[in-house]
Write a protein that binds this ligand. Structure first.
Ligand SMILES: C[C@H](O)[C@H](O)[C@H]1CNC2=NC(N)=NC(=O)C2=N1
Length: 100
């Protein structure tokens, strides 16, 4: 899959909710704060199932109730359309459960 240009990434971010460019790891990321640890883990489980379905997987950092999703295409070495699609699926799942 083709890498997106920086302009394409910037345009894609405008259609997503709370995602930002992460230059160090050539990814996009979103941090979500959940009410507590276990609701964060439930969100991660929902995202994990969606990722399996899509065949495309976020890197996930869990710190108590704060979950950061990083999306990059390892095989391409950067951000692709598959990352934008997975980010949108994560947004849908977060919208269903998020407290703030
Ligand atoms: C064979 C399989 O499709 C690949 O290993 C997929 C799996 N999920 C993946 N997820 C992400 N984020 N990047 C990849 O390059 C990737 N590769």
């Amino acid at each position: 899959m083709d890498l997106l240009t920086e302009d394409q990434i910037a345009q894609g971010l405008q259609r997503l909710d709370g995602w930002e460019r992460e230059n160090q790891s050539n990814a996009i990321r979103r941090t979500v704060r959940m009410p507590d640890f276990l609701s964060g883990i439930s969100l991660v489980a929902s995202v994990a199932h969606a990722a399996e379905e899509a065949g495309h997987h976020p890197d996930i950092d869990i710190r108590y109730n704060r979950i950061t999703f990083h999306q990059t295409t390892h095989a391409a070495g950067g951000v692709t359309e598959a990352d934008m699609e997975m980010a949108a699926r994560i947004d849908d799942l977060v919208s269903g459960v998020q407290a703030g």
